[in-house]
Design a protein around this ligand. Structure first.
Ligand code: BG6
Length: 496
């Protein structure tokens, strides 16, 4: 099916239909993103939102919720009244269960009445109802439009393992073509995540060093201060491996490790990312124990406030062995990366929020200066700070001033905020706009999601075959238990 990208097509009357509109995602992310896009004049003039959910809301109740979502996101600034009113006036609610044909009939009537040309469906519901919704979309014939396009954004989790991801894919593919399906991973919408590719492929100086000859190892660290909050029901059946590793972390791995694409269109970029997934050495059976490290937080203090332990969070079973910290040692078996380990980790309830990619270069081949080395053993490190202090930092050794024979660590730094003078826009803005414009580069393709799950499912099976009754614990507000250090030290490395 052709995906139109011309100005007229993206300017044509559009409706975004949000299934699960009453949820947190719409309130905190989607509506604020739609507001910012409207302020920036990026959406078609004739633009509507149709919310669809079970809760007994009216148009008015939904508009009220949108309004507070926008205000909260802008706080302490006030929304532009004209823009806000326009969004609210063009928003309508359909109250229905996800099974009820009457609800879908109402939705169709609404779309007809609005005379929209293009329709973007957004699945922001629990994943169990995805099949029911797409089946009802098909039954009502609204998966295609006579003129104009129909696309569907599917939120994570996209399956629980390889088999269920394939099953979900098969279900959605009975209703939508692959080029209508936008599997969202909000990490790809982050400016600094996209900057990984610009940094690597728009500059000539780093790429020649970006390989096994010069790189010693790579670390990717996603540390969060938040706990599981009110999402224990979902989280306890997911853990870091499904919540962060299968999607966000593997995205960061592929962007860091991929070859230059032949151009920057959606398929060329994703072809290269898929190749990295195919080159990941599977972690099977006992290796799922030796190549990973899991832990769980107990009560501790973050920013002066005592927070509960994971097992004390509402809805978490007392005997839960769900990990809130995961570290994995990955090997990318290709010519570029053979022998360069990737250590990736993600944890909740850390002392600080921080997402960074660390490229540790090899040492100089010969130690010519027999000086006191204050820069450590391997002073050349490149750090891509993805959040919250977005920027890039290069660390190297320099001669310390004075007669003492000392090499001292120094840095060269680029700070996003200082240079560009503003915070990067929210990920959902970019991703919503791309999906409206028919650009799927920053969305996960079918073979990519399968590659991610194939690798992740091996680890899950290895854990299942070698069960544990308890995980090591770490106090909230600390950087993790001693086992985390031992995990990397056993191979002669250390966490940054
Ligand atoms: C989500 C996970 O996908 O990403 C959350 O479900 C996690 O558990 C969040 O907190 C992290 O996103 P960000 O943008 O805050 O790094």
């Amino acid at each position: 099916m052709a995906q139109e990208n011309s100005v007229t097509e993206t300017d044509a009357p559009l409706a975004i239909v949000i299934f699960g509109v009453t949820g947190d995602l719409t309130h905190r992310k989607l509506i604020p993103a739609i507001y910012s896009l409207t302020v920036g004049g990026k959406l078609p003039k004739d633009f509507h939102i149709v919310g669809f959910a079970r809760r007994e809301w009216t148009d008015e109740a939904m508009r009220e919720d949108f309004s507070t979502g926008i205000e909260e996101s802008l706080h302490p600034d006030q929304p532009d009244a004209l823009v806000l009113n326009k969004i609210l006036q063009n928003s309508y609610y359909v109250q229905s269960t996800f099974e009820d044909p009457v609800g879908y009939a109402q939705l169709c009537d609404k779309l007809d009445a609005l005379k929209v040309k293009n329709v973007l469906f957004y699945l922001a519901t629990p994943p169990e109802v995805y099949p029911t919704i797409v089946e009802n979309i098909r039954a009502n014939g609204i998966n295609h439009r006579k003129s104009g396009w129909t696309r569907i954004i599917v939120e994570k989790p996209y399956g629980r393992d390889l088999d269920s991801a394939i099953e979900l894919d098969n279900t959605i593919h009975q209703v939508f073509e692959e080029n209508q399906i936008y599997r969202i991973d909000h990490y790809l919408g982050k400016e600094t995540v996209q900057n990984i590719l610009v940094f690597r492929f728009a500059n000539a100086i780093f790429e020649p060093l970006w390989n096994r000859r010069y790189v010693d190892h790579i670390q990717i660290n996603v540390a969060e201060t938040v706990g599981v909050g009110t999402r224990a029901g979902y989280y306890d059946t997911s853990g870091v491996i499904r919540d962060m590793f299968q999607n966000h972390l593997l995205q960061l791995v592929t962007l860091t490790a991929m070859e230059a694409p032949v151009n920057f269109n959606a398929d060329a970029v994703r072809d290269e990312k898929v190749k990295v997934l195919k080159a990941l050495r599977p972690i099977r059976e006992m290796e799922a124990i030796t190549h990973t490290f899991r832990a769980q937080y107990v009560s501790g203090v973050i920013e002066g406030v005592r927070v509960p332990g994971y097992k004390e969070e509402e809805g978490v079973p007392a005997n839960s062995i769900t990990e809130t910290m995961l570290a994995v040692r990955l090997c990318v078996d290709n010519w570029r990366w053979a022998g360069v380990p990737f250590y990736v980790r993600s944890s909740k309830r850390m002392p600080k929020r921080k997402t960074e990619i660390i490229i540790r270069f090899r040492q100089a081949p010969l130690s010519l200066f027999n000086w006191v080395n204050l820069a450590g053993d391997a002073p050349n490190t490149l750090i891509l700070n993805l959040q919250p202090n977005e920027g890039i930092r290069l660390e190297f050794g320099a001669k310390a001033p004075g007669p003492a024979r000392e090499v001292s660590p120094v840095i060269m730094e680029f700070d996003y905020d200082e240079t560009f003078g503003s915070d990067p826009p929210e990920a959902y803005q970019r991703l919503l706009l791309d999906s409206i414009q028919g650009d799927a580069t920053l969305f996960t393709r079918q073979d990519e999601v399968r590659g991610q799950w194939a690798f992740t499912t091996d680890i899950l099976k290895g854990w299942e075959a070698n069960p544990v009754t308890n995980l090591p614990v770490y106090e909230a507000g600390t950087w993790g238990p001693p086992g985390l250090d031992e995990f990397i030290q056993k191979n002669g490395f250390s966490w940054r």
